[in-house]
Design a protein around this ligand. Structure first.
Ligand code: SF4
Ligand code: SF4
Length: 342
């Protein structure tokens, strides 16, 4: 549904509001094809381009017609309601060509971990299915027809990507055909030679959420006893790459208040990353807790983030905060400013 919104009327000749996903994006979900996977803003994203999709041949003319309809409405300031307030919606001189270069592959839910914060844990009955469809032939067809082009983002959702029977073939196919910007979140329980290649060729970015500095905490969060295995996988990826590649592997820490929110846990996690040869430190916060507590965050959470920042500086690692944590910090800064102004 499209609604007129004054704020999205462009005054510049040839410009309109759109995003890299409307223009050139496609998402493979379990039962549908979507325009994007962004649902972090009010109204939600997840705009469907085809329902009941389970691997059938895609009618590309139809997909590009949907994208053209978006462009047509957006040029008049009539915006898809799911896109309103999305941070990716920007005013630019979009060239409007018909091709895909942003792919999000997320059509399965099987995993070898059982993270307590996983969306599948919130709704286990919906995510017990081990059914999935294949995407390799579709992707090859897209590339051969020049529908899929390098230059955007290739990312995986899921489920655990390394469990997909096509995973190694997909990553190798992208690498063989000169794609870059391949981003994979993995549990780290299974080692992937193709991912090691992607890191080593500086074309893949791998994120493993370890979320703990000890076997016990790991088990509490992941509900599987695989801390040593995950640490081994990370070490292996780091050992097989060069200086630059080591920036492309992150052992992320999602702060889960009440479970891993201690200095000791953060310190042990950072030490283990450093010993493994990683050069990137990434902090996030558990989504459900964040949504409930955003306006009322206890001071020790900020102290933990600050501690990680200081240690990262001492260890000379690249320090990254995921969007939720950055929002908490921005809220705090805004609150302080407001107090000073009063
Ligand atoms: S504007 Fe945002 S919600 Fe809309 S398609 Fe783009 S990324 Fe998705
Ligand atoms: S590794 Fe990812 S998909 Fe698997 S249980 Fe954890 S959050 Fe869910």
């Amino acid at each position: 549904m499209f609604v007129f919104n004054e704020k999205y009327v462009s005054k510049k000749e040839g410009y309109y509001y759109s995003c890299p996903w409307i223009e050139h994006g496609l998402v493979f979900f379990e039962y549908k094809l979507a325009m994007c996977c962004n649902s972090g803003h009010e109204n939600g994203g997840n705009t469907i381009v085809r329902n009941n999709y389970t691997g059938q041949r895609i009618n590309w003319e139809r997909i590009f017609k949907v994208k053209d309809t978006y462009r047509k409405f957006h040029k008049k300031g009539k915006i898809n309601v799911n896109c309103i307030n999305c941070p990716y919606l920007t005013e630019e001189k979009w060239e409007g060509e018909k091709y895909i270069n942003n792919l999000y592959i997320s059509h399965w839910t099987q995993c070898n971990s059982k993270c307590i914060y996983c969306y599948s844990a919130q709704n286990p009955n919906e995510f017990i299915s081990d059914k999935t469809y294949n995407v390799f032939n579709t992707i090859r067809e897209m590339y051969e027809k020049n529908i899929l082009r390098p230059g955007g983002l290739i990312s995986f959702g899921g489920g655990e990507p390394t469990l997909l029977n096509e995973f190694e073939d997909l990553i190798n196919y992208f690498l063989d055909n000169y794609f870059w910007g391949i981003r994979v979140h993995t549990s780290g329980i299974k080692y992937s030679p193709a991912l090691a290649r992607a890191i080593n060729e500086i074309r893949g970015y791998v994120v493993v959420s370890v979320d703990s500095g000890s076997r016990e905490t790991f088990k509490k969060i992941k509900q599987v006893d695989a801390y040593d295995k995950v640490r081994d996988t990370i070490r292996k990826y780091a050992l097989q790459t060069n200086y630059l590649g080591r920036f492309l592997i992150s052992a992320k820490f999602i702060i889960i208040p009440g479970i891993n929110d201690t200095i000791e846990e953060i310190e042990n996690w950072m030490k283990a990353n450093y010993d493994a040869g990683l050069y990137t430190t990434v902090i996030d916060i558990e989504e459900n807790w964040y949504l409930k507590n955003r306006g009322n965050v206890p001071p020790h959470i900020f102290k933990l983030i600050e501690y990680a920042r200081k240690r990262s500086k001492q260890l000379h690692t690249n320090f990254e905060l995921y969007e939720r944590v950055q929002n908490l910090i921005n809220d705090k800064v805004a609150e302080k400013k407001n107090k000073l102004l009063k």
